[in-house]
Design a protein around this ligand. Structure first.
Ligand SMILES: [Mn+2]
Length: 352
């Protein structure tokens, strides 16, 4: 019996399948995966109440390693590098808890990170709470594994010591990176209590080790009191740009970010490290070394959004100390800042 003529819709359906197959073959996994909706999606607030269920980062699936991921969210529960109040060892867990309120689309940017990337929570680095140097090595190994899987690390601290091994790991793949560093502190001490590795020595070590392209290094939000009037000058002498909190007061930071993007350029591998104490203690009190006169929450958002267009190869959010965050607001803000980091990664789709 003769076959009936194939309906046009069926032809079109086949054609769409062919295009999907072809895009897979060509390695355009993003397009294929978006069309097939294969990326991990956060558990919706109407599927399970937001206060219930597993408190993974953004209610994403948890997996043991970074296999198959574009972006790996990993916790670094460390506070033995801190010099004042401790408590950042609880940061990853509390930020996970507060992150359950974050929804999948950015309303201002129209960014859709979970339609753009395969993202999951890969748990915490197994740190050694009795040994900072072993902890630093464990973090470097963990980030090596993330990079070997072809994923980008988005790290959640933990005190700022954690950033040093991340930069060491990134340098093995990318060479020295450009740096956007938000902080109240320069973290360029030569040593603390005679120790070369601590949360306040990170960027001196990183520069000495050649991990940072200093002419493309920007420290934003530095302020308050120091041990000497020239405390921030060592960074400047290495070629970095210091933008003090006072230079940020009372204004939008979008123009500064335009300049930073122009200086760094779209191709240079760039790392974004965000110490929550860069923001004012009025919006982020839950941290170990708070300093008055810091950036506003909206300026923090502007900085991260202003990184869209850079070749971000990783990001981190450090120094949230939940014991000093009695309302949970610091962790909630941190979770939103991490979401914005996902939105600023290269290739993140805008839905508008
Ligand atoms: Mn700091």
């Amino acid at each position: 019996m003769a076959q009936p003529p194939t309906p046009l819709v069926y032809e079109l359906f086949n054609l769409a399948g062919d295009i999907l197959l072809l895009s897979n073959i060509l390695g355009d996994r993003n397009m294929a995966d978006q069309l097939e909706n294969k990326f991990n999606q956060p558990l919706g607030g109407n599927q399970m109440p937001r206060f219930a269920g597993q408190a993974s980062f953004f209610r994403l699936p948890v997996q043991a390693d970074a296999a198959g991921l574009d972006v790996a969210l990993l916790g670094m529960p460390v506070d033995i590098g801190t010099s004042n109040r401790s408590g950042t060892r609880f940061g990853p867990r509390q930020i996970r808890t507060e992150s359950v309120l974050v929804r999948p689309y950015g309303m201002a940017t129209q960014a859709a990170p979970f339609d753009s990337f395969q993202v999951a929570d890969i748990g915490d680095v197994v740190v050694n709470p009795y040994n900072l140097l072993k902890t630093v090595d464990a973090i470097e190994t963990a980030v090596d594994d993330v990079l070997a899987a072809g994923a980008k690390p988005v790290s959640v601290g933990g005190d700022h010591t954690c950033t040093l091994p991340v930069l060491r790991s990134l340098a093995k793949v990318h060479g020295s990176v450009a740096l956007v560093h938000i902080d109240a502190h320069a973290d360029i001490n030569d040593e603390m209590f005679g120790e070369k590795v601590a949360h306040g020595t990170v960027f001196r070590r990183a520069i000495e080790e050649g991990l940072i392209e200093t002419k493309k290094m920007f420290q934003i939000g530095l302020r308050a009191t120091g041990y000497a009037a020239d405390d921030f000058d060592w960074s400047r002498e290495q070629g970095a740009t210091v933008i003090t909190a006072e230079e940020c007061w009372y204004k939008s930071l979008a123009p500064i970010m335009d300049q930073i993007r122009e200086t760094i350029g779209p191709d240079t591998p760039t790392y974004l490290t965000f110490d929550i104490d860069g923001l004012d203690p009025s919006v982020a009190p839950g941290t170990g070394t708070p300093e008055p006169g810091g950036l506003t929450a909206s300026q923090g958002l502007e900085i991260i959004r202003g990184c869209y267009g850079l070749n971000l190869v990783g990001c981190d959010l450090m120094e949230v100390s939940p014991p000093y965050d009695t309302s949970g607001n610091t962790s909630l803000l941190a979770a939103n800042l991490i979401f914005e980091m996902l939105c600023s990664l290269p290739g993140c789709i805008r839905r508008s």
